[in-house]
Write a new protein. Sequence first.
Length: 252
Amino acid sequence: MTRMALWLVRALLVMAVPLALWRLAYPLTDWAALALVPLGAAIWLGFYRPLLGRRRAELAVAIRPESRLGFWLTGRLGAALGATAGVVIGLPVLAWAGLRSQGLVLGLLLALCVLSGLLAIMAERGLRRSLTAPYARVMGQRIGSGAAAIIGLIPLVWLNWAVIPVPHGITGMGLPEAVSAAIAQLPARGTWLDEALGGFAALDTAKLWLAAQYRGAAWVGLVFSLDAALVAFVTARSFVAVLDFTRQDGAT
C-alpha cells in the first residue's frame, strides 16, 4: 500500500507541476509551452513501454526463432506511433483543461487521476492471474482508466452544466461575436500557440453560447457530455500513462 501511494504521489507531481507552471506562465510568454515538454515525454514513455511489451509478446509467438524477420519486426515502430498518437491527442486537451478549468473542476480532475491509477493497478493485478504480464499491463491500464473516466463523467458534466455559470455577456451576442470576443481575451501575440488555443477557445465558447441560448434543450446537455467525456477519458488515460512512467520496475 505504501509503494502504491508513492507511485500515485509521484505521478500526480509529474502531471500537475508542469500544468501548473504552464497555467501561471502562459499569460506572460509563449515559452510557457516548454513546461509541457516533460509531461509530454512522460506520457509518451508511459504509452510506449507497455505497447512495446505487448507487441514483442505477440511477435514472439508469431515469428519463428530462426526467421530473419525478427531482426526487422521489433514492435518499436508500432509502439512509437501509438505513443505519439496518445501525446498528440492528450497533451493539447490537458493543456487547455489546465488553462481554462476552475477550481472545482481541477479538484475533480485530480480525484479522477487518483481513481484511474488505483483502478488500473488493481485491474492489472487481477488480470495477471489469467494473462501474461505484457497483456495484463496494457489491458489493466485501459480498463482502469476507462472505468474511472465513466465514474468521473457524471460529476464533471454536472459541474460544467449546473455549477459553473455561463458568462452573462454571451447571452446577448451572436455565435460569431461570442467566439471573436473569447479569442480576443487570449494574449495577442500572433504566434502558433495563439492560433492553436484560439481553436480550443472557439469550441469552448460555442458550447457556452449554446447553453445560454438553448438552456432547456436536451441536445445541449449532450454537447456538454461529449466535451466532458473527452476531458475525462484523456485525463484518466494520460495519468495512467504517467503512472506507468513513474513506476521504477513497471510491476505491481
